[in-house]
Design a protein. Structure first.
Length: 146
């Protein structure tokens, strides 16, 4: 099985996990999360990552999606993943957002481990951009309309 681990500062990862479950209409056993909560030390966080990843076997794949490149949640999760011997089958992605999480969960079993990062990032990059509403004619009202 390929698992997806969301890691973040604060409540981003648990909120993204909850939102993804709502999107897919139920709890997913392949979606996990760990976050550095307020007041949590990095040692406690690292132990929590190991506990969360205890369901991942040595032949399972793992995709880690982090909120920030170079942030403590990603850095310390990577240490834990290495200590657990899971690094060989792990892909790391940063810039967590809902389209990325949904795309990874939808397609993770159909995409080769080595190419998942490149392929997903290119597609998600295309989904990011400005949103413009069409210009509407100005609406005016008078007391007579009320």
């Amino acid at each position: 099985m390929k698992y997806v681990l969301l890691v973040s500062h604060g409540t981003i990862a648990p909120a993204m996990h909850e939102t993804a479950n709502a999107f897919f209409l139920g709890e997913r056993e392949d979606l996990l999360h760990a976050n550095v909560a307020e007041g949590m030390g990095l040692e406690e966080y690292t132990e929590n990552v190991k506990k969360v990843l205890s369901v991942v076997g040595p032949k399972d794949g793992l995709i880690v999606i982090a909120d920030l490149l170079g942030g403590s949640p990603l850095t310390y999760a990577s240490y834990a993943i290495n200590e657990m011997g899971l690094l060989k089958h792990t892909t790391f992605l940063t810039g967590m957002n809902l389209p990325l999480v949904i795309d990874v969960l939808t397609r993770k079993d159909d995409v080769n481990h080595e190419f998942i990062g490149d392929e997903m990032v290119c597609e998600i990059r295309d989904s990011i951009g400005p949103f413009f509403l069409p210009k509407a004619e100005a609406v005016t009202s008078s007391e007579e309309d009320i």
